[in-house]
Unconditional design. Structure first.
Length: 170
């Protein structure tokens, strides 16, 4: 289908094409609300991941099994892909489908605190690098929580003048 049939002159999908518009108070028919933002955000994210992987649009189209025009529309934000299409694109980009689902708003952002958030937000890292860092970080946190739950010899239990722990009793 030619682009002119599904988008207005600004390249925005026409009404009924998967993006909400509001007739009253929005005579331009421009997209409103979160639906339009999610479509643009996922498209920008896919384009960024594709460019980071140094893959052309045509190459990704072949790798993912998604038509070149449709993939282009997704990247421009004029189409919002389904979970199945996102999974195919993730496979073509060799990234986790979960990462695309989070960007598309299908899944909630995993919790983890400021360190995890910083790793996920770093545009310089690939999805694979981010996942490895998060796995290592979480393993350290789990190890430390187990260690902290076991009783340790505190400094107060050591006699004054001694630098080692008290001897164990039988």
């Amino acid at each position: 289908m030619p682009e002119s049939e599904s988008t207005n002159e600004s390249g925005v999908p026409a009404e009924g094409q998967g993006v909400e518009t509001e007739a009253i108070g929005n005579p331009s028919g421009m997209p409103i609300g979160k639906v339009a933002d999610i479509g643009r955000d996922i498209g920008q994210y896919i384009r960024q991941q594709r460019e980071n992987a140094k893959i052309s649009l045509r190459q990704l189209s072949k790798l993912a099994g998604v038509s070149n025009p449709y993939l282009s529309q997704i990247e421009r934000g004029s189409r919002k892909p389904s979970a199945e299409i996102l999974q195919q694109i993730a496979k073509g980009l060799r990234i986790s489908a979960e990462a695309l689902y989070v960007q598309a708003g299908i899944l909630d952002v995993p919790t983890g605190g400021p360190v995890s958030d910083a790793i996920r937000a770093d545009a310089e890292l690939s999805e694979r690098q981010k996942q490895v860092l998060l796995d290592v970080y979480e393993s350290f946190r789990r190890e430390n929580s187990v260690t902290q739950s076991q009783p340790e010899v505190s400094a107060e239990s050591v006699e004054p003048g001694r630098t080692d722990a008290p001897a164990a009793t039988d």
